[in-house]
Design a protein around this ligand. Sequence first.
Ligand code: COA
Length: 320
Amino acid sequence: MKVADLELRPATLDDAAFVADVQTEVHPDDPVDPQLLRHFWTLVGPETTVERFIASLNGAPVGVATRSHQAWAKMPERFGRVGMELGPSARTAARLDALAGAMEERSIADGTTKATVWAWEHDALELGVLSGRGYREERRQRFWELDLVANRERIQKMTDKSRARMRTDGIEILTLARDTDPDKFHKLQRMSDEAESDIPTTVPNVPLAFEQFVLWFKSPGLHEDRIWIARESDDIVGVSQLSYPPVRGVVATDWTGTARKVRGRGVARALKCETLMQAMVLGVDRVRTDNDSTNVPILHINETMGYTRRPDGIQLLKEL
Ligand SMILES: CC(C)(COP(=O)(O)OP(=O)(O)OC[C@H]1O[C@@H](n2cnc3c(N)ncnc32)[C@H](O)[C@@H]1OP(=O)(O)O)[C@@H](O)C(=O)NCCC(=O)NCCS
């Protein structure tokens, strides 16, 4: 497919490493791990539509364009997502615009009525292109970083308090590896789905099928002995996990959630503390996290743990 002066061909899983390199070159402060991206590309349910293309210029690969959406039966508002990136030497407004246009066209053709796209708040080139195409800011994702050297004592003290509180409250904090319950992944999924549906969002969350949920936990960045869960008697009532990029990047929170019935009792803070204590033991000097900018409880937890803000991610929306 020809798009402006670029030639597009469908991407394969083996292209994930190239795309991770391109994204890292364009935004070196947010390195993308090739193995994590490859694994992410496999987390696609059979009903989900995902198209990824590698863009080449004069025969050499220079970028990527994507579009995706959930099955319309599960997404009646017909939101679809588009994305595009080009390496620094090929990254012009005209080409980004052409790639966005091509992805919108394909999205319209299969029924998408609202397109969303994510961009960094400091990416003036891409924001300019998107604004010119009629996209408007819809919501922000707040990104944070925690210096584990400077905050060592604070986290240690918070962990001591949290451990005492969990003991008094009868909540057991352990790693997923240590949990011998044969039903643990089903319990974890039920709890995670409930929590995920409480994240403020514009595009409704569609829960993963069980097979995809289990595959998520096989990410090369996750380890069962670094996934912290909370149990109250027979139930799993919370989870927090850091993803450790195997090739490049910064260790970052992959997911934190608690069951509605335990909220406000310090479970999320206790779990996050354990992930950080373990990261320090493993020699990690800083960690990152991100959350919706209107998600009050997690904003409060992150602030009080000592996380400092990084640039926001912006989600933009356009009616097609
Ligand atoms: C965010 C979430 C994990 C917090 O779980 P939790 O177990 O209730 O968290 P904790 O009890 O440890 O801490 C919640 C803190 O937020 C505070 N808080 C909760 N609601 C608040 C509000 N509306 N305004 C101000 N503070 C609030 C609590 O007082 C508590 O602070 P404290 O520790 O200083 O007392 C949980 O609400 C959840 O699963 N939400 C859906 C999934 C999600 O958003 N995940 C995180 C982002 S991906």
